[in-house]
Design a protein around this ligand. Structure first.
Ligand code: ADP
Ligand code: ASP
Ligand code: MG
Length: 463
């Protein structure tokens, strides 16, 4: 059995859905389970509907609901010819539009969007796309079975960022999905959405469809997890900054995890974790270019000569600088600092320390004011926003001392605010001003992947 996940652009219109069907058909002998995202842009529109409703702007919210409705009706018209399913789907779309208007009305009365209502509204994107895709497969004489992911993706109650409860998910998924696969049906279900134990809709975080697919792939012991998207695989840098970024043919689980964590949107940061435990290969492939093999993510290989694999960046970072104002022992100071991070559940994305000072890069500033008050009891604190973390990733960085020199000399003229090397030693990260993201990524890419004099990367790893 394999798990195949198709992202927003891979289901954005009827042409994309035809391509998806062809891709899935070609994998029928391997017994696929299919996860889909909402059509590109729909999740953003749904969240906008929630926001507009809270501001009392019901007119615009209703207009957007109509736009979403019309887009899905067009999909049905283009993909489904048989009368009965066509009417059924149109009826469902109309019911969903009605429900969305009710949510919009309720939110506007309350004047605020709770996490719970945000998730309820956001869930319609995946529910709409998956129901149409499952029917389009049937129309194309496939044996497809629509499955509501909320029946198996059981999560905790943390709306908008819910955590799947693996034991429960495994039991439900085995019970629901495996018999379908055994009977030669292709289950078609939604990424991103789930429900808590009381049956209330939750979502597992933006971009979470990759994670949904990886969880089920791991829990059901899939032989492979495929992430179908709109680029040829994981690239040496974000193509919006480096249009000639190169495709990475293979990378390790650790490399992919670090890259995703440090901002490479192509994979949700949690995607790789479930796959690692069971050593399941993950492929990232282009649904517009299915004959291409994409990127294979698997266990690290011995003797690989390539040093750096990719450059990623994370925007909207705030850098906190803390200098101990009391005669703390160094360990006491660090302990006190991290106790505050822990109490406020704030993640430190990069850290650099000396005995009496520490710099910490964070992206969640919602609790910053309260945290600062606590820090001020034992340290001088300053915070600067508008920063970015840039990160070079590669398994062999740890064995290549010269790489650090190459990285920083290529950044001549760019102000570096802080440097940190992850404990895994497969990444080197540093903080720059946001305005320097582009020049820094370009300079690094040139040095690491384009410079003919700099031991150019091996052909079996890059295109
Ligand atoms: P999907 O909707 O299929 O989940 P996403 O938009 O979430 O797709 O992710 C794919 C996008 O990630 C690409 O279109 C690309 O612009 C962006 N991206 C950023 N960094 C990288 C990278 N290193 N490799 C590949 N794509 C990247
Ligand atoms: N549709 C969701 C989002 O846009 C989940 C996903 O596409 O992965 O965040
Ligand atoms: Mg994505």
């Amino acid at each position: 059995m394999i798990v195949m996940k198709f992202g927003g652009t891979s289901v954005e219109d009827s042409d994309a859905i035809h391509r998806l069907i062809d891709i899935v058909k070609s994998e029928i002998p391997r017994k696929p389970i299919v996860f889909v995202s909402a059509c590109a842009g729909v999740t953003n529109q749904l969240l906008k509907i929630a926001g507009l409703s809270a501001e009392g702007n019901k007119g615009e919210a209703n207009d957007l609901i109509s736009v979403i409705r019309a887009r899905h009706e067009k999909l049905v018209d283009e993909l489904i010819e048989s009368e009965l399913p066509k009417n059924y789907l149109k009826g469902k779309i109309s019911v969903y539009a009605h429900e969305l208007r009710n949510f919009s009305q309720a939110i506007s009365v309350l004047g605020e969007v709770t996490g719970r209502s945000r998730d309820a509204v956001a869930s319609y994107g995946e529910r709409l796309s998956s129901m149409i895709i499952a029917q389009a497969m049937e129309e194309d004489s496939m044996k497809a079975a629509f499955v509501d992911a909320r029946e198996f993706m059981i999560t905790n109650d943390v709306y908008t960022n819910a955590v799947p409860l693996f034991d429960k998910v495994e039991a439900k998924a085995r019970e629901m999905l495996l018999p379908m696969v055994r009977d030669a049906y292709v289950p078609v279900t939604q990424g991103f959405i789930g429900s808590n134990e009381a049956g209330i809709t939750t979502t597992i975080g933006r971009g979470g469809s990759d994670y949904s697919a990886a969880i089920i792939g791991a829990l059901l012991d899939a032989e492979e997890i495929q992430i179908w998207t709109d680029v040829d695989g994981v690239l040496t840098a974000d193509p919006s900054i480096m249009p000639d970024a190169r495709r990475i043919k293979k990378m390790s689980f650790n490399e992919a995890s670090e890259l995703a964590y440090f901002g490479a949107r192509v994979l949700h940061p949690m995607t790789i974790l479930p796959a690692v435990d069971k050593n399941i290969p993950v492929y990232v492939r282009n649904s517009r270019n299915p004959s291409y093999h994409g990127t294979l993510i698997k266990k690290a290989e011995e003797n690989e000569e390539c040093i750096a694999k990719s450059v990623a960046y994370k925007e909207r970072i705030t850098l906190l600088n803390l200098v101990s104002s009391r005669m703390f022992l160094a360990t006491g100071f660090l302990e006190a600092v991290f106790a505050v991070f822990n109490r406020y559940s704030t993640i430190a994305h990069a850290v650099a320390t000396s005995e009496v000072s520490i710099s910490v890069a964070i992206d969640d500033t919602t609790k910053l004011e309260a945290m600062k008050k606590e820090f001020e009891e034992f340290a001088e604190v300053s915070a600067s926003s508008g920063k970015a973390i840039i990160c070079v990733v590669g398994e062999n960085i740890r064995h290549s001392p010269g790489i650090v020199g190459r990285i920083f000399s290529s950044l001549d003229g760019i102000r570096i605010n802080m440097i940190s090397q992850g404990a895994s030693e497969i990444n080197i990260g540093f903080v720059v001003d946001e305005k320097d993201i582009e020049p820094a990524v370009r300079a690094l890419h040139k040095e690491l992947f384009d410079n003919p004099s700099s031991r150019s990367p091996s052909a079996d790893i890059f295109d």
